[in-house]
Design a protein around this ligand. Structure first.
Ligand code: COA
Ligand code: AMP
Length: 630
């Protein structure tokens, strides 16, 4: 079937379309129908089916004769190690860990927070939860203890699973002390913790609370898979919103497996048994969907890569991994390519490796700039596919369906909507705009299976954040347009979310941190363009009246405060003190104009501005930080 027919069918007959796709996974009891809409505008999929996520990703492949096939390749240039785990081994390891968790009282519906670096044990912990019907919440290692504490308090986990440390190119990340600090700060205390001790750093365990990963499992009976309802939450993944309180995106079990399974062939053009590699982190949605669940539900081999595009040891690492493991489809963020291109502009390192098995490169997580796409296409000699999605959706909203029907690539566009996504561009009143006109991108409800049904313990926030502005639609938070042929173009965010090296961050959350400094009276954080990371946060601080300390000292403390409270991933280094912030007469800070000034774009004086002279002061302040660049 061609893309257009598949897409049209998914919208005309969603129930028929998704029931058909649901046959590609295994059910203990198949669902009676696909869409459950009695609580519209809240929708669920496959709610009355019974299945197990771990069974679908692991056991069924062993049962089908794939037991000796490699499920996970761990390639870790930062520890100079590499090893492989077959599907049979994975089943045994996961059943053992799940058995030990079960023996300690973890049951269906309990939450388990996972705080681990890019090691196979992170996937094993996720799958062990899925085996029991426990709901995992993985927290990215680049976040500070306070962010982990916020997630512990929201998810209220029975257990926490961590590693002793993570390895960054120039530092060891001390996960265990961060975990201890987070538990100390959190109001909720988990019953127990399990710590995977790495040889690079062995952590001191807290007696009575912490268990060593191996000793914990010793003697525990392996656990069987616990069937759960289709709408049972598989996981909660926290993501940045407009405030410092992260949003707990809920993912239901059946929908995400059905949707991911569909994408593995139709989008990523991977067959079971082939090697698929996503260079991201399990702490992000890309890692959940395309390092763990997607490739495994499909019976493919997934690569868990613990390294960076550059510096581990050089800009040729990606090509070595692709060549050595026979990767057929590769997915990463444009930032990674920009980093490689900067170090190896001629692609000399590409030529040193046999990339003949690579068929396609996929980019997402941020806007893919034409230069990067063209460079990658030229050096790798394979199609480069930009695709667009979000933590909330769990799988691509728009992509080029390479395994179904490769469509002509239009550079600058992540191509066309995927099944079930009825994408529209709306004006501020919610009126659909004609082709080519820029507006808010919204998706007509219901969203397809695998997308967020709600936010954890925050249905009101879910409705307010996504459903209320444009009734009948899901508001993506992105702005853009759709061309005459249905290609989608993503231009900017409509909220305070910025994208730093493919990592989604909230400027609002950073402002909350700056505002907590005793000398700061008022502040604004904006996202400015950066040639490597896409965007970088830049903070403007007004000191409280009477503060006589040097502004630079306060700015430096603010930089440290953001690192301490949010984490190194915020990459917050640009901060400056100004006398006043530019505002409208009604008191709204003119952030968009500030962004234009810092980016060196033409900026006019907004008609609503209170005092235009402030803009010159802002221009002077950004010059002090080295902006506009170039
Ligand atoms: N655990 C702990 N700390 C982490 C971390 C992790 N998993 N990932 C990043 N950090 C730290 C880094 O060490 C760095 O700390 P520093 O300020 O002490 O140097 C900080 O967070 C910022 O990291 P990052 O923004 O990644 O910058 P970088 O300079 O270390 O690396 C790139 C730049 C481009 C190489 C890197 O951003 C990259 O590989 N990006 C790919 C993006 C990606 O995978 N996105 C996922 C969505 S698809
Ligand atoms: P996250 O939830 O971290 O995956 O971030 C999602 C956001 O990243 C989207 O809402 C977009 O703003 C941005 N994004 C992701 N993929 C793309 C893409 N291909 N092009 C442009 N922006 C993207």
């Amino acid at each position: 079937m061609r893309y257009a027919d598949v897409y049209a069918r998914s919208l005309d007959n969603p129930d028929g379309f998704w029931m058909e796709q649901a046959r590609a996974i295994d059910w203990e009891r198949p669902p009676s129908k696909a869409l459950f809409d009695k609580n519209a505008p809240l929708y669920e999929w496959f709610s009355d089916g019974l299945l197990n996520g771990c069974y679908n990703c692991v056991d069924r492949h062993v049962a089908a004769g794939r037991g000796d096939q490699v499920a996970i390749i761990h390639d870790s240039p930062v520890t100079h190690t590499r090893h492989e785990i077959t599907y049979s081994e994975l089943r045994d390891r996961v059943a053992s860990l799940a058995g030990a968790l079960q023996a300690k009282g973890v049951e269906k519906g309990d939450r388990v927070v996972i705080y681990m670096p890019m090691i196979p044990e992170a996937l094993e912990a996720m799958l062990a939860c899925a085996r029991l019907g426990a709901i995992h919440s993985v927290v990215f290692g680049g976040f500070a203890a306070l962010e982990l504490a916020k997630r512990i308090d929201d998810a209220q986990p029975k257990a926490l699973i961590a590693a002793s440390c993570g390895i960054e190119p120039n530092s060891v990340v001390h996960y265990k002390p961060l975990m201890d600090a987070a538990i100390e700060m959190a109001a909720h205390k988990p019953d127990f913790c399990v710590v995977f001790q790495r040889e690079q750093e062995v952590a001191r365990l807290t007696e009575g609370r912490d268990h060593d990963w191996h000793a914990f499992q010793y003697g525990a009976a392996p656990a069987d898979c616990v069937p759960v309802e289709g709408n049972h939450p598989a996981y909660i993944l926290y993501t940045s919103g407009t405030t410092g309180t992260p949003k707990g995106v809920v993912r239901h079990t059946a929908g995400h497996l059905v949707a991911l399974k569909w994408t593995m062939k139709n989008v990523y053009n991977v067959d079971p048994g082939e090697v698929f590699w996503t260079a991201s982190d399990v702490g992000w949605v890309v890692g959940h969907s395309y390092i763990c669940y997607g490739p495994l539900v499909h019976g493919a081999t997934t690569v868990v890569f613990e390294g960076k595009p550059v510096g581990t040891p050089d800009a040729g690492t990606f090509w070595r991994v692709i060549a050595e493991h026979g990767v057929v489809s590769f997915f990463t963020a444009p930032t990674a390519f920009r980093a490689i291109k900067r170090e190896d502009p001629d692609g000399a390192l590409v030529k040193k490796h046999d990339l003949s098995r690579l068929r396609c490169l996929y980019l997402a997580g941020e806007r893919a700039d034409p230069d990067t796409i063209e460079w990658a296409q030229d050096k790798l000699g394979v199609p480069v596919i930009d695709h667009w999605w979000q933590t909330e959706t769990g799988w691509p909203i728009a992509a080029n369906p390479m395994g179904l029907e490769p469509l002509p690539v239009r550079i600058g566009s992540p191509s066309v909507p995927m099944p079930g996504y009825d994408v529209r561009v709306l004006d501020p009143d919610g009126t659909p705009l004609p082709h080519g006109e820029l507006g808010a991108i919204a998706i007509k409800l219901p969203l397809p299976p695998g997308t967020l049904p709600t936010l954890w313990n925050a249905e009101g926030r879910f409705r307010k954040s996504y459903l209320e502005h444009f009734p009948g639609y899901y508001e993506t938070g992105d702005a853009g347009y759709i061309d005459e042929d249905g290609y989608i173009y993503i231009m900017a965010r409509t909220d305070d979310v910025i994208n730093v090296a493919g990592h989604r961050l909230s400027t609002g959350a950073m402002e909350e941190v700056l505002a907590s400094h005793p000398d700061v009276g008022e502040c604004a954080v904006i996202g400015v363009s950066d040639p490597l990371k896409g965007q970088l946060p830049m903070g403007f601080i007004c000191l409280n009246k009477g503060v006589t300390r040097p502004g630079d000292a306060v700015a430096a403390e603010c930089v440290e405060l953001v690192r301490e409270r949010i984490g190194p991933v915020a990459a917050f280094r640009l901060a400056t003190v100004v006398d006043r912030l530019p505002k409208t007469r009604s008191g709204k800070i003119l952030r968009a104009t500030m962004v234009k000034i810092a980016d060196g774009q033409a900026w006019g004086i907004p008609a609503t501005i209170d005092d235009p002279a402030i803009l010159d002061e802002i221009a002077q302040a950004v010059r002090g930080l080295g902006y506009p660049q170039g």
